[in-house]
Design a protein around this ligand. Structure first.
Ligand code: PXP
Length: 246
């Protein structure tokens, strides 16, 4: 291993809820999914309570708070409603993301430069409650410096542009930005995570970044689970990440 600590895997379970919501059934059962995902080696369970409740529901957050044994990473927008929910539920971690109703998925990092004062005020009560606050940001040095000023201990680097670029110089350039941002943040004391669009192939270069602490991955794992089952899909991602660090 070329790193002191093992790379953590956060499994995002939103799309298990997406399948349930598509038909308004009681299945697939998120509690059972979490049990299997944790047994298969997830280090934390990530769920995004969106303003439009398109997948995860308020009740899921309540129920899973009792049933998750690793840790809950609640993804949410910086709204008063979400702040109140987080302060009541007290997840181990909160990842603050931008949200637009019409987007298919989180489409960009937070505007940490334009919203610095607002985000600082928003994060303060969460930090005071002992919640590990993470800001989802573009891999951009100025954004990391803003995250530091805001007082967030953790950043999650948005890997979406890297993940959607075709292999070649464009993707390499995106990777270099992520590597540089991770080094910049780590050197200044930030815990550096990453996520969005990672799959079983493009995860390798991101997992190989020695200072990377945790990757949050959902879509690729849930999609593979259709063929292999969710436990095997998590184990395969864990194995790919471990291989990249050897
Ligand atoms: N990290 C953040 C902040 C996200 O918003 C998402 C998507 O909900 C993910 C990670 C996981 O992305 P994906 O589902 O593409 O693996």
């Amino acid at each position: 291993m070329n790193t002191q600590t093992a790379l953590r895997l956060g499994v995002n379970i939103d799309h298990i809820a997406t399948i349930r919501q598509a038909r308004g059934t009681s299945y697939p059962d998120l509690v059972e999914a979490v049990r299997i995902v944790e047994e298969a080696g997830a280090d934390i369970i990530t769920l995004h309570l969106r303003e439009d409740r398109r997948h995860i529901q308020d009740r899921d957050v309540e129920v899973l708070r009792e049933r998750i044994t690793t840790g809950m990473n609640l993804e949410m927008a910086a709204t008063e409603e979400m702040q109140a929910i987080a302060l009541r539920i007290r997840p181990e971690a909160c990842c603050i993301v931008p949200e637009r109703r019409e987007e298919l998925t989180t489409e960009g990092g937070l505007d940490v430069l334009g919203q610095e004062a607002r985000l600082k005020a928003f994060c303060a009560p969460l930090l005071a409650a002992g919640i590990e606050v993470s800001l989802f940001v573009e891999p951009d040095l100025a954004h990391l410096d803003a995250a530091l000023r805001i007082g967030a201990p953790v950043v999650e680097l948005h890997t979406g542009a890297y993940a959607s670029a075709a292999p070649g110089p464009d993707r390499e350039a995106h990777l270099e930005r992520i590597v540089a941002a991770a080094a910049h943040g780590h050197a200044r004391g930030l815990v550096v995570n990453a996520g969005h669009g990672l799959d079983y192939e493009n995860v390798l270069s991101i997992a190989a970044i020695p200072v990377m602490h945790e990757l949050n991955i959902g879509h690729a794992i849930v999609a593979r689970a259709l063929f292999t089952g969710i436990g095997e899909a998590v184990r395969a991602m864990r194995a790919a990440m471990d291989r990249a660090r050897r």
